[in-house]
Ligand binder design. Structure first.
Ligand SMILES: [Zn+2]
Length: 194
């Protein structure tokens, strides 16, 4: 099976999500030469997707590290099952954009900083919020504001999800209002022209 993207070097992308991944990647020219593998996993601990460096490459220079974006082929929120096929395409692109935002964040970190970052992410609740918002900001600043907004609204407007869950999302990530404000602060040329 052909798995390697034709458009981007150093990327491994499952064929079923190639279009969405390539759309998201097109907003991140900085990641062109960064090795990233997109990989389906049966079940992820915390979330739908997860971006992380390959541990054996953590001590390489940031752009020489290899990174993974793990994707759950299906995920449950409060008993409701979502799958890669039922989530709208733009929501998926936004979600991938958020993960690429994490990788941009990792590129700005030295090796020890990155390891410390990983430890804090696991053990310090407040740190999760900083990390998640940073990923959103990177994605919005790269012109993905509309997609990030789609993703956020998909969750926040999903009536069957509890207020508790939605409030957690509001607390950890940028709010739709934050995203709109950031988008407006960008130079017109950097905005999505759709
Ligand atoms: Zn995240």
């Amino acid at each position: 099976m052909e798995k390697t993207s034709e458009t981007f070097t150093n990327k491994r992308i499952p064929i079923s999500i190639r279009k969405e991944v390539e759309t998201a990647l097109s907003y991140f020219p900085d990641l062109k030469n960064v090795p990233i593998e997109f990989k389906f996993k049966e079940k992820l601990e915390r979330s739908f997707m997860q971006a992380q460096p390959e541990f054996s490459t953590v001590f390489n220079k940031p752009k020489r590290r290899r990174y993974y974006i793990f994707i759950s082929s299906s995920f449950n929120i409060e008993g409701e099952k979502f799958t890669i096929d039922t989530v709208p395409k733009d929501v998926l692109i936004g979600w991938i954009g958020h993960e690429l935002g994490h990788i941009m964040d990792y590129l700005h970190r030295g090796s020890l900083n990155l390891i410390w970052f990983g430890i804090k992410y696991i053990f310090v609740g407040k740190h999760i919020r900083e990390a998640e918002r940073a990923a959103d900001v990177f994605a919005v600043n790269h012109g993905m504001g509309d997609y990030i907004l789609e993703t956020k609204n998909f969750i926040l407007n999903h009536t069957s999800l509890s207020e508790t869950y939605k409030n957690r999302i509001k607390r950890l990530y940028l709010s739709p209002e934050d995203i709109l404000q950031l988008t407006q602060e960008l130079a017109p040329s950097e905005k999505i022209s759709s």
